[in-house]
Design a protein around this ligand. Structure first.
Ligand SMILES: Cc1cc2nc3c(=O)[nH]c(=O)nc-3n(C[C@H](O)[C@H](O)[C@H](O)COP(=O)(O)O)c2cc1C
Ligand code: SF4
Ligand code: SF4
Length: 297
């Protein structure tokens, strides 16, 4: 039995969703899997010595791993030579997104672990714009193949790590949106009081307890925001204004259970896809080709 820990950070629960599927996939090949969701207010040191392998999951933020995730990893002491793999996720697959692993791999090396595998799952945007459900369905189908690849490569000890060229590393270094964005932007967060129904969901769910009810009984913000988007994404009345990113706000969860049942008449991404989603062509090609190499048709 292989003891495995899936250690992850999530803002709007896409990474939790990926983690739960990965857990059940690994259990099918007799892994004993525990999960641990990082709480930004509790950077405790875990006993990692009881695991044979650790998976690290995170959403990509501005081409980087989220700061609370990096902070948590830095705090840990990995047993020497511990096997680690990365399973990150994000909305689009530009190469600078992949470069987000560089700082994670460096921090792991510094802390004694060896990362030989990394996988980039496709999950819809929780910021910028809402994805069409047909595309989300196609992404989830592609992810199914990527879980297969991950499980196969991990169980057969096949490394899969990318080498990043200078340009994506350069872009990833400079676009650390949440490192400054959270601190500055949190002064601009506000609630449209005419829309707020005082359901309390945002207060209850904010991972840093950054939201409270003031003396006037209005929902208000402190200045300890991680830009995770949990409050504005799940607010049932879209009452939260996210400052300079308001034009990029996405409100309302994606119903993955329902989306998975959709039947697609035609592919959303084709070889002729232009513009924003062009980067998916290469990603789909890679996943399909690797899947075929391992499992045949
Ligand atoms: C502050 C912030 C920055 C983001 N930056 C990127 C990005 O650079 N590239 C990308 O493809 N998606 C980006 N996203 C989208 C998320 O990576 C994506 O929606 C992810 O699935 C969210 O996972 P979570 O629900 O576990 O937080 C960003 C989201 C946030 C909140
Ligand atoms: S989640 Fe939205 S409606 Fe509910 S208390 Fe917060 S701002 Fe108001
Ligand atoms: S205020 Fe909203 S975006 Fe900021 S940390 Fe809390 S839930 Fe996340």
């Amino acid at each position: 039995m292989t003891n495995c820990l899936l250690l992850y950070y999530t803002g709007t629960f896409n990474t939790r969703y990926v983690t739960n599927i990965l857990k059940s996939r690994l259990e099918k090949v007799d892994f004993n899997v525990e999960t641990y969701e990082i709480d930004p207010l509790n950077t405790e040191r875990l006993d990692l010595s009881k695991y044979d392998i650790i998976g690290l999951g995170y959403p990509i933020y501005g081409y980087n791993a989220p700061w609370p995730f990096l902070k948590f990893i830095l705090k840990q002491k990995f047993p020497k030579g511990m096997k680690v793999f990365i399973y990150k996720n994000s909305g689009e697959t530009e190469i600078a997104n992949d470069a987000s692993s560089i700082s994670v791999v460096h921090k792991l090396r510094f802390n004694g672990a060896v990362c030989k595998n990394e996988y980039h799952f496709l999950m819809p945007y929780n910021i910028h714009f809402r994805f069409d459900e047909n595309l989300v369905k196609e992404m989830l189908d592609m992810d199914e193949k990527l879980y297969d690849i991950l499980v196969y490569e991990i169980t057969h000890d096949i490394p899969n790590i990318k080498k990043y060229k200078l340009f994506p590393r350069f872009v990833a270094f400079w676009v650390k949106i949440q490192f400054i964005g959270g601190d500055i932007n949190s002064f601009l967060y506000k609630v449209h009081h005419d829309k707020c129904t005082h359901c309390g969901l945002c207060i209850k769910r904010c991972p840093t307890k950054n939201i409270y009810e003031n003396k006037k009984g209005q929902v208000a913000f402190h200045h300890n925001c991680l830009m995770c988007m949990r409050c504005s994404f799940f607010c049932p009345t879209a009452a939260i204004d996210i400052g300079f990113l308001q034009g990029w706000k996405v409100n309302g969860r994606y119903d993955f259970a329902k989306i998975r049942q959709l039947k697609l008449d035609k592919p959303y991404i084709t070889k002729d896809t232009k513009g924003f989603f062009k980067c998916y062509i290469k990603t789909y090609d890679y996943i399909n080709t690797r899947h075929k190499e391992i499992f045949g048709e």
